[in-house]
Design a protein around this ligand. Sequence first.
Ligand code: AGP
Length: 615
Amino acid sequence: MCGIIGYVGKGNVIDVILKGLTNLEYRGYDSAGIALRDNNEIKIFKTLGKLINLKNEIEAHKSEIYNPTSGIGHIRWATHGSPSVTNAHPHTCTCGRLVVVHNGIIENYKELREELIKKNCRFVSQTDTEVIAHLVADEFGKIKDLETAVRNSVKKLQGTYAICVMHKDVPDLIVGARKHAPMIVGVGEGENFIASDTPALVEYTKKTIYLDDNEIAIVTKDKIKITDIEGNEVTKKVEVLPWEPVALSKLGYKHFMLKEIHEQPDVIRNVLNGKLYDISEPISLNEVKLNKEILKKLNKIQIIACGTSLHAALAGKYIIEDFAGISVEVEASSEYIYRKTTTDASTLVIGVSQSGETADTITAIKQAKEKGAHVLIITNRPDSNMARLADSLIPLNAGIEVSVAATKSYTAQLISFYLLAMHLAEIKESLDKEYLTQIKHELIQLPTKIEGVLSDTSAIQACARQFSSYKNFIYIARGINLATSLEGALKLKEISYINATGYAAGELKHGPIAMLDETMPVLSILVTGGITYEKVLSNCEEAKARNAKLIALTTSTDTNIDNIFDVVLRIPQVNEILSPVVTCVPLQLLAYYIAEFLGKDVDQPRNLAKSVTVE
Ligand code: AGP
């Protein structure tokens, strides 16, 4: 959830580290810090709040900085100890010669802390991280070898960590280590890098080495050595990053979120590319590594995910059950991991995750694998930990998503579920061929329909302005758009901090209706031509009778409904089963414009982090 960059080399150390942290800021942003090796000293700067404060702090002390030759930086999302300058990383040992930055949680930090206090270590922060600084310094004191000191120390740590360490007595050497938290090494010329994620490096090098658990990276400007935890040198593959630095630019949009919403038509084309190229041909989904005979007999799927990915999973359940007739259970990863599940070797378990680093989902996937299930991962990060655990992998190809609120990864996940469900339907012969061809045809049309929504957002903006002062919202829908209502409400909550809840429209009268009055807008999703339109409309009438303000998001061209609703947001006609791909877009925009009108920090909402790497 936090971000790390370490750098040693010929470049401008401050610029490289601050640029790297800027590209990681979407991962955490409650405080930041940097340690520089400069003029034979370690100089530390730490600030509370956004990275801009650290940049200003460094600027203010420019005259005290000569020519740094290496450094480590960190952007924090607090777990242990509130956001404060003291708790910000880097942390140091008592004498201040050793500095460390850390992502993850050290579970046995209290025991270690007590032991180290007995050895006269002086602790100043409330963080778990500080024990690492004292521990490595203690080891270094005995053996005067930083690499071995780190190796000996991490053996004593329980929990998750990606760390980067520097010592005053070992010039221009940075040491990284990881366990259950991502860490990569960037390979340059006359310079090398350590980072927690690729965006930190993409402006400087595309060549990366992915560290595995319990590996240590020993990095100078000219040399990279990777060892296992016993010190044996390990030969690693240098991989080339698929992204251009431009992926991290807003390209003229005010926020990444708006840019990413607008990227969705192309993202969908990308996901379909190569998998659905001719509607008369079967879906090509070679990524699913189960043979046809097994897939034919498959009768249980479990999908595990969190947040927005969980909403995509819920839509996925409707799609798979509808197309392939296979029973699908959907569960939040955090629930799956703390109960007896029915997962067994005959279950296909699907993990869905934009980041591929969500701790709850990783744990759930590991449990499913232990039970012998085949694990299929749908992720936007084929280089992630989760992807590495996959038996089958469907990459989303949505491009890097910077805004903390997921948008384009959601639509890419939905499209992946359509492809998977059609693939299963073709193997099981569960759908009429003509119908399937029709669905494929309509699927290909979806990007154009979304372009229709994006080409004129004035009605959505006006609606956002009209409703931005309301404190509560209810979103309702039935059938496959229940997932859309949950996702639409989540988007609004996340970036505007307005209380919004999605309900199955039929559930309204079983309780939530008690909350309805003129202060409670009800947004309903009404897709014509399917099986839910009339029923949702009746639920809207019930809400109107309780004086609720009504917003319709609909494919209906019937102007009579304008008398029922306060605002009608019209979208292009779309088949109900495919409609979530289109209906989610105006809801993303509505949340965006409301947050914008309220002056909220759209791309980096408070308390959130882009990838949640703690359980
Ligand atoms: C989405 O807007 C959220 N920021 C959040 O709910 C997210 O979807 C969730 O944390 C899961 O993340 P993942 O898809 O990377 O696993």
